[in-house]
Ligand binder design. Structure first.
Ligand SMILES: Nc1ncnc2c1ncn2[C@@H]1O[C@H](COP(=O)(O)OP(=O)(O)O)[C@@H](O)[C@H]1O
Ligand SMILES: [Mg+2]
Length: 373
């Protein structure tokens, strides 16, 4: 297995990449994740649909004695794409080669990898949407015909030497399936869409990790951590390690719900998984702008952050949680946001409102500063 060279400019390692609740992997995650990764499909928790579909693909290939079709895994970071790619190789009893789109700058880089694959090998291409254009085009032919044209020489004297490849399985992973050019997307025989995990599934992930790390955890302690993990196993495992530290230093190591809650309060991860930045955004939106609408850049200045950080780091989860909505006039808080911060909304919008206000309701709200975001 070639060492995986993480790309420092990968999404999530930029603004906000050092947060406790980021779904991107940090150095410690990389070091411990190998030990926590489920090794086969049976051990892989949740994602029932993807697991069942993938299991059929692999079982059928095994029965035919063939190499499985190329697989695309799409979904947010931290949900198990890399893990699944390794499981595919393990289930097929095949070696795996790991690389990533940003690591392949030139078509030649890809040609070198492809031409050294052995029959049945799994090639895992992480962040496949970030591969260069010429490499992408070479990949089309490799995926479809198991062939590449290696260009020898330069200028008018250059010649293309066709090179046969052994059958292999490409496993591509992407956080942005929408960014993949259709010709690339179409060459995958199977696409698995990864979903955020339900709290009960995250509890199972936590119990499993606790067992592997030899930690003593209450079922209610696991539930407390699961509820703050943003539907993401990577975050659940990271919070578990921080709670373990607290339980070990301040108590006898046992993880009860009280200790989990105290520990995560220390790290400023609240009961719903919001961290300091998320809460600051909501707090400013509610207290300073009466719930909005307010433009993105105004909101960012008030929080003391770059617009980009607010938009890419804080907002997606707030929107997903139904705490904030993006509207043509700017950002607005929902009733759930007022409730979550324990504040009372201004009297103006009367009566009970739906969790996500419909568009026409928004224009009845008192106007904030001009919206530009
Ligand atoms: N279904 C799962 N069951 C148990 N642990 C999981 C599962 N999915 C992910 N994990 C854990 O979360 C960590 C991150 O998963 P990973 O495969 O690296 O995510 P991705 O590649 O999608 O960012 C892994 O180390 C693994 O321990
Ligand atoms: Mg990964």
């Amino acid at each position: 297995m070639t060492p995986y060279d993480p790309d420092p400019s990968a999404p999530g390692l930029g603004p906000g990449g050092d947060r406790l609740v980021t779904a991107a992997a940090d150095g410690e995650d990389r070091a411990v994740e190998a030990a926590l990764r489920p090794k086969d499909l049976a051990e892989f928790i949740g994602q029932e649909r993807v697991r069942e579909q993938l299991s059929l693909v692999l079982q059928a290939a095994r029965q035919r004695g063939a190499t499985p079709d190329h697989v695309l895994l799409s979904g947010p970071p931290g949900l198990g794409k890399t893990t699944l790619s390794m499981i595919i190789a393990a289930e097929m009893n095949a070696p795996i080669r790991i690389t990533s789109g940003p690591a392949i700058q030139h078509a030649g880089d890809l040609a070198a990898i492809l031409s050294s694959l052995t029959e049945g090998e799994v090639l895992f291409l992480d962040e496949i949407h970030r591969m260069s254009r010429p490499a992408e085009e070479m990949l089309y032919m490799a995926m479809e015909d198991f062939r590449v044209d290696v260009i020898v020489g330069k200028g008018p004297g250059a010649t293309a030497i066709p090179l046969e490849l052994p059958p292999f399985t490409l496993v591509g992973a992407t956080t942005r399936a929408g960014l993949l050019p259709p010709p690339l997307r179409d060459r995958f025989g199977f696409t698995g869409h990864m979903e955020f995990y339900a709290p009960a599934e995250l509890e199972r992930v936590l119990h499993r990790s606790a067992r592997l790390l030899d930690l003593d955890i209450d079922p209610a302690g696991a539930a407390e951590i699961a509820g703050r993990s943003r539907g993401t196993p990577r975050i659940a495992n990271r919070l578990l390690r921080r709670v373990r530290d607290y339980a070990q230093v301040k108590h006898d190591g046992r993880i009860t719900p009280e200790i989990a809650a105290q520990a995560l309060d220390v790290y400023e991860v609240d009961g719903r998984g919001l961290d300091r930045l998320d809460r600051a955004v909501l707090d400013v939106l509610l207290r300073l702008f009466g719930g909005g609408p307010v433009g993105l850049s105004t909101l960012a200045v008030a929080v003391g952050e770059e617009s980009e950080t607010v938009e890419e780091v804080a907002e997606p989860f707030l929107v997903r949680e139904g705490l904030l909505a993006r509207t043509p006039r700017g950002r607005i808080a929902t009733a759930a946001a007022w409730q979550h911060l324990g504040l009372t909304p201004p009297a103006a919008p009367p009566g009970p409102r739906p969790p996500l206000p419909a568009q026409q309701d928004l224009f009845g709200l008192p106007g904030g500063p001009p919206a530009e975001g």
